[in-house]
Design a protein around this ligand. Structure first.
Ligand SMILES: *Cc1c(COP(=O)(O)O)cnc(C)c1O
Length: 374
């Protein structure tokens, strides 16, 4: 096997492909894909990507190999100090059978920013894109065809070095796994209730809130549990310093819509910069909306709904795209969004436009799509 030891961004890597002898047959795969119960993140394709990094050798030994367990030394740094980052994007099947993904260079750039914050090595953008293409080359048949379904791609990277001292690891691996995902909403996009956590925060100023790292999710779980206990689907966090500015949900960004065609979304250095958010704001600007990215207090939201100024609120992220918010509940108060017809919701019409572009039904006027199977 040829190994390329140069970590230079311009150097192309030589890939090794090891086929899975126990790969699902066409019938087995079709049965899984057509079961109507794909859900999210429950079943995985036959292969995965694995690239090594070491302090001395840089990125090397890129390969596609059978999907399966990763052998880890019990002293592997990630298990103790959580030095880890990840990404999430989707592969979409178009009507002509071709396979596409959405703004993957943005995911690559964000993974580099996340890696920097976690003192991990930065994977060059072309390796990131190549890793996804290599996986699709062997597992492309796993991209489902039913409406609103996709193949969710999960690139991730973690500290593999066996060492209990506290410092950035000198050995890291990057992987990509893939999981066919069902339509997030079956039978229409239903507005959800959101729990406002006044006890917990997910990230603070100077912390790692803007990095896509498992630690932020670990910090959100107990609040998410509280949300479930209060009959809510998701949790909304406020800023850690004053507890009055909106941040985001556990894994989605939040947007308010005003009667006079403004979209308001919080700005803070502890929010994860969503690619769905950025794309939705772009589409809204194209429609003549004004976008305000600035600190927003929970009081502004409450008063805006009371005065009739704020008419919609939604959450957005790759997994569910856009989810309208029907109410905010907290230990002390609630905010009830006005009831409006689905056909009048800007959130849903933006959702239709965005998914229309992703699935190739609407012209890709911003050049957001990248073909994966050619
Ligand atoms: C991934 C993520 C989002 C959404 O980002 P997208 O690029 O739109 O998927 C929002 N918040 C957090 C905390 C996330 O991890």
């Amino acid at each position: 096997m040829a190994i390329n030891l140069l970590p230079m961004a311009t150097q192309s890597l030589l890939w090794q492909v090891i086929r899975n002898d126990a790969a699902k047959t066409d019938e087995e795969r079709q049965e899984l894909l057509n079961s109507g119960e794909l859900g999210f993140g429950k079943i995985f394709t036959d292969h995965m990507v694995d690239i090594c990094w070491s302090e001395r050798g840089g990125w090397h030994r890129p390969r596609v190999q059978p999907y399966g367990p990763i052998a880890l030394d019990p002293a592997a740094a990630v298990l103790h100090y959580a030095q880890e980052v990840f990404e999430g994007l989707k592969a979409y099947r178009h009507a002509d059978g071709s396979i596409w993904t959405f703004r993957p260079e943005q995911n690559a750039a964000r993974m580099q920013r996340s890696a920097r914050r976690l003192a991990l090595p930065e994977l060059p953008t072309e390796y990131f894109l190549e890793s996804i293409k290599q996986l699709i080359a062997v597992d492309g048949a796993w991209v489902p065809t039913a409406p609103e379904t996709s193949l969710y791609l999960r690139p991730f990277m973690f500290a593999k070095e066996a060492f209990l001292g506290v410092r950035p690891a000198a050995k890291v691996n990057y992987y990509v796994i893939a999981s066919p995902a069902g339509a997030y909403f079956t039978g229409g996009v239903a507005p959800v209730s959101i729990w406002l956590s006044t006890t917990y925060t997910r990230a603070g100023h100077g912390g790692m809130g803007s990095a896509k790292t498992g630690g932020n999710y670990a910090a959100s779980l107990v609040a998410q549990q509280e949300a479930y206990e209060n009959g809510c689907a998701q949790v909304l966090f406020l800023d850690a310093q004053e507890g009055k500015y909106l941040e985001e949900l556990g894994g989605m960004n939040v947007v308010l819509v005003t009667r006079d065609k403004r979209l308001i979304t919080p700005d803070s250095d502890s929010i994860l910069e969503g690619i769905t958010l950025d794309s939705v704001l772009r589409l809204a600007r194209d429609r003549g909306y004004t976008v305000e990215q600035r600190p927003v207090t929970i009081d502004e939201w409450r008063q805006g709904v009371d005065s009739g100024d704020i008419i919609e609120a939604f959450a957005c992220g790759t997994a569910a795209v856009i989810t309208p918010i029907s109410e905010i509940k907290s230990a002390e108060f609630g905010i009830w969004m006005p009831e409006i017809d689905a056909s009048d919701r800007v959130a849903l019409s933006l959702r239709d436009e965005l998914t229309g572009i992703q699935y190739g039904r609407i012209e890709d006027r911003h050049g957001w799509l990248t073909r994966l199977d050619a």
